[in-house]
Design a binder for this molecule. Sequence first.
Ligand code: NDP
Length: 331
Amino acid sequence: NRQIRLAARPVGEVKPEDWEHVTEQAAAPGEGRFAGRTRFISLDPAMRGWLDDRPSYLPPVGIGEVMRAGSVIEVTESEHPGFQPGDHVVGTFGVQEYVVSDGKGVLKVDPALAPLSTYLGALGMPGMTAYFGLLDVGALKEGETVVVSGAAGAVGTMVGQIAKVKGCRVIGIAGGADKCAVLTGELGFDAAIDYRADDVRKALRELAPDGVDVYFDNVGGDILDAVLTRLALHARVVICGAISQYNNETQVQGPSNYLSLLVRRARMEGFVVFDYAPRFGAAARELAGWIATGQIKVKEHVVSGSLDDFPATLQMLFRGENVGKLVLELS
Ligand code: NDP
């Protein structure tokens, strides 16, 4: 069984030496368990945070432990009454080729209803993050102006499209003209700002003259600070993530324009998607409906390779090399 384990705590960007590539003997499932072969592994910005030894919403991955990851596996052997060979299952199975599970905390999925990779993206954790972050935390209302950063990513593409379904005006912020063209040309965003080339504050002044009602922040840093200057009265700033800060070797850069929250009577609120787990089923059904009608398009970036490609694939997120949900397909 090939595995990727954490060899050392990274400082700044994760380096190849921070990982250990290991092959160990695969175990038989045993009573009450099933075994399976990994088909798709999810790559998530949060993985960078799990490598640091500091308090968070999950314990850090230990040195020598298999890297934590969500994945889709195909059951190959089973001594568990609820799972049969040929079943497909999503769970936090880690970066390894072969998985043994007791079935707790896992979800059976149907490849006839959606491609397997979509259960890690639009119908999985990023889709849930967009749905609950925008509709619950952001308390979105019809006709409002929404800005989302990291707009061409897994969460961002879903946030913008859900806001369009809800009758809002949507401005995406992403890196590069190609990504911006996807947002406005393919995904129905009303406008896009290329933060690498454009002046974000100036662009927002032109594109949202009446201010921003909901800002869904995936990136933090300078972009958060720029949007804070353009809030509408009673705006909601949803703190979903801050990928611009995850590789920092120094302190996280805080927003210096936070007093606009006072002036605009606005609020800023963070959330962790796992808290909404009891409502995932209902949200996935609603998202699947919008996908079926074509109101939401699924964007995925599938890298086909072997388990040893995991470290390099993870780095793509921090270089902005993905459009939509990034997954590694084991071929
Ligand atoms: P994405 O698919 O959006 O991939 C990451 C993207 O971030 C890249 O494509 C890149 O796009 C952008 N990026 C990378 N570095 C920077 C930078 N320095 N400044 C600005 N943008 C940058 O990832 P996800 O959709 O999976 O995750 C998006 C965010 O949501 C992350 O912050 C993640 O941690 C958070 N998250 C939070 C959850 C929660 O429960 N709160 C759950 C799931 C995700 P570009 O080319 O545009 O720069």
